[in-house]
Design a protein around this ligand. Sequence first.
Ligand SMILES: Cc1cc2nc3c(=O)[nH]c(=O)nc-3n(C[C@H](O)[C@H](O)[C@H](O)COP(=O)(O)O)c2cc1C
Length: 131
Amino acid sequence: MIAYASRTGNVRYIVSQLQLPSVEIGEDTLIEEPFVLLTYTDGLGDVPPIVRRFMDKNGEFCRGVAVSGNRNFGHHNYGKAGDTLAAQWNIPLVRKIELRGFPSDYEVIRQFYQEQIKERRADQHEIVFAT
Ligand SMILES: Cc1cc2nc3c(=O)[nH]c(=O)nc-3n(C[C@H](O)[C@H](O)[C@H](O)COP(=O)(O)O)c2cc1C
C-alpha cells in the first residue's frame, strides 16, 4: 500500500503515476499492513501535521518514505520532511522529488515498492500457506 498526503496536488499526481494501491491520509486513517509513505514538505522543512498524526498511529507499518519539496525553500529545508521522518522512524528515504518529479523518480519508488512490499507480502503468504 502507498499512503500519501497532498495539499496542492503534486504528490497526488506522483501517486497516480505509480499505478500501485494507494490511500490518501485522512484524520482517522488506519493501515494495518506494510506501506510506503509519500508526503510533501510544509512550513520551513516541516512534516505536515496530518502526516505526523498519521505516523503516530501507523508508523510501525511504514517501510520507507518518499518526499516532494521545492528547492526554492533552500538547500537545508528542501524535502526535509522526508529526512525527519526517515530518522525518526528508522526507515529509508526512498526519494526526494522536486514538485511532481519525473518518470525516473516514479521508477525508483516503484522498484522499492516491489522489493519491500510486494515481494515480502508474497513471502508471508508462502509461509502462511506452507504451514
Ligand atoms: C506553505 C508551504 C511551505 C512549504 N515549505 C517547503 C519546505 O520547507 N521545503 C520544501 O522542500 N518544500 C516546501 N514546500 C513545497 C511543497 O512541499 C511542494 O510544492 C510539494 O510538491 C507540494 O506537494 P502537494 O502539491 O502534494 O501538496 C512548501 C509549500 C508550501 C505551500
